[in-house]
Design a protein around this ligand. Structure first.
Ligand SMILES: [Zn+2]
Length: 163
């Protein structure tokens, strides 16, 4: 049960009677949190309590916590609350999924950089080809390098080589 489920299930009155307090006709009990409360200063409302003597105030969990000297977690569990702790295996699955996502993003970034570099090289080789004397050694080197980059371009962009 969640905290809200529990609050729906138990009234404040139900909780105080568990500790042996029975609200009078006006809905008051002697305050257990300050001494000598013969007047019954603690008003029990539907979902919470308030002491007009010492100012103690809270809901069913707060009452149990203060009565038993325990923390919220223990009070919550005492009333049937269940903490949904993620299991080790689900943590591992989340970790792995995040890791895979991270790897995919890195791969995409690397591919992008490769495409940029490839495009830049193609521009450069084309420019050199235009400047070089056709069929000279430089021209041939550039031509071969360009073919290689064009081939890589197709590969990187998932296209069939058109050149
Ligand atoms: Zn009080």
């Amino acid at each position: 049960m969640t905290k809200e489920d529990i609050k729906q299930t138990y009234s404040m009155r139900e909780i105080v009677t568990r500790y042996g307090f029975y609200p009078n006709r006006a809905g008051f009990i002697p305050c257990p949190f300050h001494k000598g409360d013969r007047e019954a200063s603690m008003k029990i409302y539907d979902k919470d309590f308030h002491c007009f003597g010492c100012g103690a105030h809270g809901d069913i969990f707060a009452f149990i916590q203060q009565m038993d000297g325990i923390g919220f977690k223990e009070a919550f569990q005492a009333l049937g609350g269940i903490y949904e702790k993620p299991s080790f295996s689900s943590n591992l699955a989340i970790y792995r999924a995040n890791k895979r996502k991270e790897m995919r993003e890195k791969q995409r970034e690397r591919d992008k950089q490769k495409r940029l570099l490839n495009a830049k090289k193609i521009d450069i080789y084309r420019e050199y080809l235009q400047r070089a004397k056709p069929l000279s050694e430089v021209w041939c080197d550039c031509y071969n390098a360009l073919q290689l980059e064009l081939y890589r371009h197709a590969e990187l962009n998932g296209l069939e080589s058109r050149w």
